[in-house]
Ligand binder design. Structure first.
Ligand code: BTN
Length: 250
């Protein structure tokens, strides 16, 4: 256990446990291998240095050592597999609440990017196995510079608050909030959704996006009771289970 993260581990609620790796390619891949070997529900793998972090749609995820958090959580849900996609919303909410506990208001760009204002502070990559889910979280804590390809859209807690925040406190805040919300994907989902809706940055916005049936443009009406995104187009209302390249049009 790295000294830096020992206080976070001590603050984790059951069943969460922390494993710190000096380096990892991707913490999602590292944790998947452990999950296949029988690792328990609640195991968290954090990399001090992540050399091949992955984002959604195969994009690279940049996490400079010392400035950001890169970690993954193993969940072995009791709920039926059909409800597992809800973990993406639960995680977005957990990260948003953790960010808010350090000051700034956080928004959720459905399903689970976390924004401060119009910039992304955290990204989440959810990957399911046969009987488990791996939830990878990358959060910019103290970065002040970003690679050119994300410089226009990225931010960090440090940039937004003008303060340094200890990474172990941010990690512990996320896990505490995740412990609550990951239990709400079954019977308390309405409650979880209300909190997500309050933070949904897409509601009321005209957007362009890509669905499994092709590109669409329209206005986001909100989030349906099952967690789907509601898109009003010229031809009617669509419930989207999945959408990529969601862009807000001015
Ligand atoms: C995205 O916004 O595209 C998702 C980014 C997810 C990045 C995190 S960092 C920890 C974990 N390991 C990975 O390889 N990816 C996730």
């Amino acid at each position: 256990m790295s000294e830096e993260f020992a206080p976070a581990a001590a603050d984790f609620p059951d069943p969460f446990r922390l494993l710190v790796r000096e380096t990892a390619g991707s913490t999602n891949d590292e944790l998947r291998a452990l999950a296949e070997g029988g690792a328990p529900d609640g195991l968290v793998v954090l990399a001090l240095e992540q050399s091949a972090g992955r984002g959604r749609r195969g994009a690279a995820w940049f996490s400079p050592p010392g400035e950001s958090l890169a970690f993954s959580i193993l969940i072995r849900p009791d709920e039926p597999k059909a409800l597992w996609p809800r973990l993406a919303l639960a995680t977005g909410l957990a990260v948003a609440e953790a960010v808010e506990s350090f000051g700034p208001a956080a928004g959720i760009k459905w399903p689970n990017d976390v924004w401060i204002g119009r910039r992304k502070v955290a990204g989440i990559l959810v990957e399911a196995g046969r009987d488990y889910v791996i939830i990878g979280i990358g959060l910019n804590v103290s970065s002040t510079r970003f690679p050119p390809e994300v410089a226009e859209i990225a931010t960090s807690l440090r940039l937004e608050t003008g303060l340094e925040h200890s990474r172990h406190e941010v990690l512990a805040a996320i896990i505490r909030s995740f412990a609550r919300h990951s239990r709400e994907i079954g019977k308390d989902f309405d409650h979880l959704l209300d909190s997500v809706r309050q933070r949904c940055v897409l509601t009321g916005q005209r957007v362009s996006l890509t669905t499994s049936n092709g590109p669409r443009q329209g206005v986001i009406e909100g989030i349906a009771p099952g967690g789907e995104l509601l898109l009003r187009t010229d031809t009617g209302l669509e419930r989207l289970i999945q959408a990529d390249e969601v862009r807000i049009l001015c």
